[in-house]
Design a protein around this ligand. Structure first.
Ligand SMILES: Nc1ncnc2c1ncn2[C@@H]1O[C@H](COP(=O)(O)OP(=O)(O)OP(=O)(O)O)[C@@H](O)[C@H]1O
Length: 603
């Protein structure tokens, strides 16, 4: 209950992510997924979380080492100035080899930091994606999240794209957040030593002005990045629909209409992107402006002690070397402050992604907690059962509150097939949703064979679902394990039984995996036939056929119904086809206004 209260309100209508407490809470949740909870011993049992932690520590270690190398690279010019002003040939040659070695090491170090950073981002993506998927693709969650459109927009985009972008920005921010403060402290101390307190003071003041300006310019970008990701999702969704319904659109000559709609969404997307680019221009101008100012600032800083006589005792070579060293130190210090400002841009992008992933995690947490606390069957008013399907005084409504049926008392015993009829929209499929636990009764209960086992209850919808997989997988769906047991002879027997023998010439490899191709290899009627092979394979106690033979030729339809009867499968059919009536013993007709009528069918 505590957990439920904590996640009680998912701000689904939240549109403007801010760097506020909500952002920090969500970031904490995401970091916990990546690194786990902090423990006394630092490390925990989950190997993959350990590896993210290990990669992160390695990244920080490599980045620190690289900074040490960079420090020596930065001091090298001052040494060259010193020997060149003195015209010291031996000193010059002695400097050359170590300088080259240093440059090569620094180059390698930089590459290594990027490489480890890449591995860290990849590992983080793996953990975050798998966490989201395991919470999202779960009984009771997937349908709920997709069925309520306002719950979460484009979950697919959040998992496939936003996670990737988030882990990339997290890598950059987490790397700099540790390294930059250490470097700022170190270079401040060094600058102070060379140029006195005025040096760091000037740099700090210019940083404060710069960061104030960038904060001002950053806030609107956060909103825009968030909005852009949403429109990006809509744009991709419209293109996905084009691919999915290409034939229907072509038959209706709807291409112009589709293009106009997509162009409208795309224009909106471009407008948002243009705004982001424009706003980022100002932010970039401030950032870059401060970078250039840093180079002049370095000379201003060293001018103070030189012109006030603090270094009058140095000769020309020593003074040149000192100027060069100071220029490097103060430029690098200002550069590091610019990195801080730059991180602000990264943070603004990150908050957009944290918000989108965080929202999804919140919604999933809320649904998952509800599922964990409640017995699903009981929550759906579906009681695990005996040998029949029973509606006991069941009143069913759509989620919008439209009454489908009131006070339904009905028992479907084994071998007493039921035909559900009624006009379109009267609620025939809704009854099936209730039988499968997707919707719940508002009153009364439904008693069905224990859900989740295709040997007890199998449902075939009107639009056959072609799973991604092999021919073997299609037949044994939803069980991959069963597919591994299915022999070639069984595959051929079942495919022939549903009247698809010609397909065996097309699909000769029963283990070849197809995804989209199923929709092109088989017509809608053939897809229904292949889906029906599942009924013959599983031989369930009850099969719910929701117009699942409507596209088949009459001969095959009759043959398959006859076969089910012979095997002893109890059928619950939704159909408008009077030729199927004689396969049933009773008929439930709905009128669409909440009334129903049950009649026994004479055979
Ligand atoms: N996911 C949903 N969320 C909310 N309401 C829904 C949903 N699906 C269907 N409905 C509503 O429930 C009513 C019944 O729909 P249902 O699909 O059960 O009808 P049906 O009798 O199977 O229709 P058809 O004969 O056209 O297949 C419809 O009027 C529709 O408005």
């Amino acid at each position: 209950m505590v957990g439920r209260e904590r996640y009680a309100k998912v701000p689904s209508n939240e549109r403007h992510p801010k760097l506020d407490r909500n952002f920090l809470r969500r970031l904490k949740t995401i970091l916990r997924i990546l690194f786990g909870r902090p423990t006394i011993w630092f490390l925990h049992r989950n190997e993959r979380r350990n590896s993210v932690l290990f990669l992160y520590l390695l990244l920080i270690g490599a980045a620190c080492f690289n900074e040490v190398l960079f420090y020596y690279v930065g001091l090298t010019p001052s040494k060259f100035y010193s020997v060149l002003v003195e015209r010291d040939t031996t000193g010059f040659w002695n400097l050359l080899l170590p300088a080259f070695m240093l440059l090569i090491s620094a180059g390698l170090g930089r590459g290594l930091v990027k490489y480890i950073g890449g591995l860290f981002a990849l590992r983080s993506r793996e953990l975050l994606t798998e966490t989201l998927q395991s919470r999202y693709i779960r009984t009771g969650v997937l349908y709920k999240l997709l069925a309520v459109p306002d719950e979460i927009d484009n979950p697919d985009q959040r998992i496939t794209q936003d996670v990737d972008k988030l882990t990339e920005t997290i890598r950059l921010v987490l790397q700099e957040i540790v390294i930059t403060p250490i470097l700022i402290a170190y270079y401040t101390w060094q600058c102070w030593n060379v140029g006195g307190f005025m040096g760091p003071l000037i740099i700090y003041i210019s940083f404060l002005i710069g960061s104030g300006l960038s904060k001002l310019l950053m806030d609107p970008i956060v909103d825009l990045v968030f909005g852009k990701e949403k429109v990006e999702g809509e744009f991709r969704f419209l293109h996905m629909r084009l691919r999915q319904f290409g034939e229907s659109i072509a038959l209706a000559r709807g291409e112009d209409e589709e293009r106009i709609r997509i162009s409208q969404v795309f224009s909106g997307l471009l407008r948002t992107q243009k705004l982001i680019v424009t706003r980022e221009l100002f932010l970039q101008c401030v950032t870059e402006g401060f970078t250039y100012f840093g180079s002049i600032q370095a000379y201003l800083i060293i001018a103070i002690p030189i012109l006030t006589g603090a270094y009058d005792d140095l000769d020309a070579a020593e003074l040149t070397a000192l100027i060069s060293k100071n220029v490097f130190l103060s430029m690098y210090l200002s550069y590091k402050f610019n990195v801080v400002i730059d991180q602000a841009t990264k943070l603004s992008e990150m908050s957009g992604y944290v918000s989108r992933i965080g929202q999804m995690l919140d919604s999933l947490e809320q649904v998952n907690i509800a599922l964990d606390n409640i017995d699903i069957d009981e929550a759906m008013n579906v009681i695990g059962s005996r040998d029949s399907v029973t509606f006991d005084n069941a009143t069913i409504e759509t989620p919008e509150g439209k009454t489908i049926v009131k006070h339904l008392d009905l028992e479907i015993r084994r071998n007493a097939n039921l035909l559900i009829t009624g006009p379109n929209g009267s609620g025939k499929t809704s009854l099936i949703r209730v039988m499968c636990g997707l919707w719940k009764c508002v009153d009364g209960s439904v008693d069905i064979p224990r859900s989740g086992n295709p040997r007890h209850l199998l449902v075939l919808p009107q639009v056959a679902y072609m799973a991604s997989g092999s021919l073997r997988d299609q037949i044994t769906y939803p069980s991959i394990l069963e597919a591994e047991q299915l022999s070639d002879e069984q595959v051929e027997k079942l495919v022939r039984a549903v009247g698809l023998e010609h397909f065996l010439d097309v699909c000769t490899d029963y283990d070849a995996v197809y995804t989209q191709e199923w929709l092109k290899m088989l017509s809608p009627g053939e897809q229904q036939k292949l889906a029906f092979a599942r009924v013959l394979f599983w031989r369930p106690q009850f099969a719910i056929l929701d117009e699942s033979t409507s596209s088949m030729d009459t001969e095959t339809e009759q043959k398959l119904y006859h076969q089910c009867q012979q095997i002893g499968i109890t059928l619950i059919s939704v159909s408008h086809n009077p030729a199927l009536r004689h396969f049933h013993q009773q008929e439930l007709s709905l009128d669409g206004r909440g009334n129903h009528h049950i009649v026994q069918i004479e055979t």
